[in-house]
Ligand binder design. Sequence first.
Ligand code: HEC
Length: 184
Amino acid sequence: MKMAVYTALGIILLIFAGIQFVTVDRTNPPVIAEPNWDSPKTREYAVRACFDCHSNETKWPWYSYIAPVSWSVASHVHNGRKAFNISEFPAGTQKEGHEAAELVISLDMPLSDYLIMHSEAKFTEQEKNEFVQGLKNTFGSKEQKRKNSATEKSKDSTQIKEESKKNDNHEQEHEKENEEKEHH
Ligand code: HEC
């Protein structure tokens, strides 16, 4: 009986040791450009709560060196950077900035499991309000984005109308041609 327990423990230990050899990408690519922060304070809040997953200046904690936890940390960082990278503005991720304030209000960001190990990322009510306002000033708010895209859309639809008018003309011409052919 004892023997079986030792064997099982041994196997678990071997597996644990084995998975440590799976390579985990913990690189921090160079910082290209940051957004135009409305104030240094907004940036400070972001450093506290967002930079580890949304910048190229990630502080990799000790547990990011121990599999399998390291896999989860690395995946949060890689997916976080992909969705919204503060160090790579304006490289296409800018539009997600509009979501930032909303996500902080709804407590979806920072991710809740991040807060277990990062008490500094917990905000008081006042800090949260300041941060949300700062994010809106820096990235624009969702309401603004809606307005902008609404004007873009109305532009698009006038273009489409004009184009479809042209197409109509073409069709009419074709019809005329066909009629003429039939007459001949
Ligand atoms: C522990 C890692 C982590 C932290 C810390 C974190 N995020 Fe995220 N964030 C993610 C991941 C992963 C995604 C992409 C996947 C998803 O949508 O859940 C994401 C997505 C986003 C997006 C894009 C949403 C979209 O619709 O694509 C924004 C904006 C964002 N986060 C803002 C923030 C802000 C602001 C903070 C700081 C208050 C923050 N995040 C903190 C991991 C994190």
